[in-house]
Design a protein around this ligand. Structure first.
Ligand code: HEM
Ligand code: HEM
Ligand code: FE2
Length: 485
């Protein structure tokens, strides 16, 4: 009977393509975690792989793989929801498929160069062929240009499908948001000799991605997911989506100022950055309340004996719920901690920043993108109601516990740096190293490594689950049907 189960029940080519994007995303996610573990070991044992695979290289691959796997999962999510929302096959899908292979080949070359060539002399050839040395978006110039071409193809697919098919609110927001998201990438592509100017534009990509365009993007995914999983009312989720767009673009854009405090920009950024970035958590709270509210209302209906809509994909729903909490905690709370210049002058660039960076990227993005992968598996196997397996629960438990553990450890390390390095010793060169050799700091780094291993174990369960849950759940459904017949 198992042999009759097909993993390709999708009606649309667009959705089959989505699964390819998800597959590469998961591989890169694994690579990201392995690189993180190497870098974490190097904090404790600085001679580990010294001059073979240095900390700066492991760190570079760690955070670039992070950005790229998320972009893959985001493109995959769009190809998955496109036919559902517009009601038609993606326009130009053949070109879209070609773009996938071109992008994947390019990413493979870039990663191999990162790993084997690693760094080059400070000249133009390095920028063109090895890496640009811009944190998170270090891809060499040739790959930059290639990425722009691939993204143009992707955007053409989305935009043409949007204009031809149904124009839902979710699609309208997505089409506008993707335009901004892709356009911002251009700000990280030119190079100036002035480091302040370079950083100024670099933040346009980094901050305006994660605190404006990506947030709106996952807002659209949450809206789509809630409709699909819970049968949420479209008018309600779309109304909240529009409110979020308004608020996030407002606070997110001027909130950019919280990165301009100490890079040589004029001092008026202190006030602008402080005020607007402090407002940023407001839409995050709204998003959080909104998801809980929708959920609660659904439960209420079900209890009152009305036609309550059962959750038809509990793994995806769980990850979306974790997203609401995680986004709020990692971006909202941990972001607010250090966003006022009066605080940031002490915490800037400490492990506090790393604590926030981990919980925010994980909470706001990794979670919901994993949820989308489960929706993908459900569609691929044509499962009506997908439930959690033992592996789903292990993955959720270990990954969430691991990332929270890492965040707390890094917060402790950051606290020690603020007290010893910044407040007590005045933040000089010596102070930086003295603070990193004291027991509090080392113990915190030890706990981070331990929690990193917990996270990685959870990741292994996640991969195993994504590979098997489709088949087991489909088989279960077939059995029930056979019994009923
Ligand atoms: C999902 C949304 C967010 C993500 C993914 C995110 C991620 C990050 C990351 C990775 C960094 C470190 C950048 C670097 O390497 O230099 C950073 C820095 C920072 N973030 Fe966020 N962030 C988010 C939202 C927020 C919010 C809402 C706030 C404020 C309320 C905030 C405040 C800050 C501040 C002040 C810094 C600079 C830290 C320093 O001076 O060292 N972030 N963020
Ligand atoms: C196995 C688990 C992980 C380990 C051991 C690990 C370890 C590390 C290390 C050692 C760094 C360099 C920190 C520094 O320069 O001070 C780092 C940076 C970073 N990692 Fe991870 N990581 C892990 C998982 C993750 C996950 C799941 C995410 C997000 C989804 C993530 C996002 C980041 C970000 C955004 C940075 C840059 C932070 C900054 O610049 O402040 N990491 N990680
Ligand atoms: Fe920011």
């Amino acid at each position: 009977m198992l042999a009759s189960i097909k993993s390709n029940e999708f009606k649309y080519e667009s959705q089959k393509l989505a699964m390819n994007y998800f597959r590469v995303a998961i591989v890169l996610f694994g690579a990201q975690l392995l690189m993180g573990l190497i870098a974490a070991i190097q904090f404790l044992y600085p001679s580990f792989l010294f001059e073979v695979f240095d900390f700066n290289v492991a760190r570079m691959v760690h955070i670039n793989a992070l950005v790229v796997w998320m972009l893959y999962a985001m493109i995959g999510s769009v190809y998955m929801l496109l036919p559902d929302e517009t009601g038609i096959e993606a326009v130009g899908i053949k070109l879209g498929k070609l773009a996938f292979w071109v992008l994947t080949a390019a990413v493979a070359v870039v990663v191999l160069v990162y790993i084997f060539v690693q760094v080059g002399p400070g000249n133009e050839a390095t920028i063109w062929l090895i890496n640009e040395g811009r944190e998170y978006i270090e891809a060499p110039r040739w790959a930059d240009i290639g990425i722009v071409v691939v993204v143009l193809v992707f955007y053409y697919n989305v935009f043409a499908t949007y204009t031809k098919g149904n124009r839902t609110g979710i699609m309208t927001v997505l089409v506008a948001d993707l335009f901004a998201l892709a356009g911002l990438y251009l700000c990280g592509m030119f190079f100036t000799d002035n480091i302040s100017m370079d950083q100024y534009w670099w933040w346009w990509v980094i901050h305006l991605w994660v605190e404006a365009t990506w947030e709106v993007f996952v807002g659209s995914l949450a809206a789509y997911g809630l409709i699909k999983i819970l049968g949420a009312k479209r008018e309600i989720v779309e109304m909240w989506l529009w409110i979020e767009v308004l608020m996030l673009f407002g606070s997110g854009i001027l909130g950019l100022g919280h990165h301009y405090f100490w890079i040589g920009t004029p001092e008026y950024w202190w006030e602008i950055g402080a005020l607007f970035s402090a407002l940023e958590p407001v839409p995050l709270v709204a998003m959080f309340v909104h998801v809980l509210y929708d959920w609660g209302k659904e439960q209420g209906h079900a209890e009152a004996g009305q036609q309550g809509h059962a959750v038809n994909n509990t793994p995806a729903m769980a990850w979306i719920a974790i997203n609401a909490f995680g986004n709020f905690l990692g971006a909202g709370i941990w972001g607010f901690f250090h966003t006022l210049p009066q605080v940031n002058i002490y915490t800037h660039g400490t492990q506090f920043t790393a604590a926030h960076g981990h919980l925010a990227f994980f909470g706001a993005y990794a979670t919901i993108l994993i949820g989308m992968m489960y929706l993908g598996v459900q569609g691929a196997y044509g499962i009506k109601k997908m439930t959690m397996t033992f592996k789903t629960k292990m993955a959720i438990g270990l990954i969430v516990f691991g990332v929270l553990g890492m965040t707390v450890s890094l917060t402790v390390a950051g606290y020690e740096q603020v007290l010893v390095e910044r407040a007590d010793l005045g933040g000089g060169w010596d102070a930086y190293f003295i603070a990193q050799e004291l027991p509090w700091y080392l113990q915190a780094q030890g706990w981070r490594l331990t929690m990193g291993l917990v996270t990685f174990t959870g990741f292994l369960f996640l991969v195993a689950d994504l590979l098997t849950i489709g088949k087991t759940e489909a088989a279960k459904e077939e059995e029930v049907q056979a019994a009923a017949a």
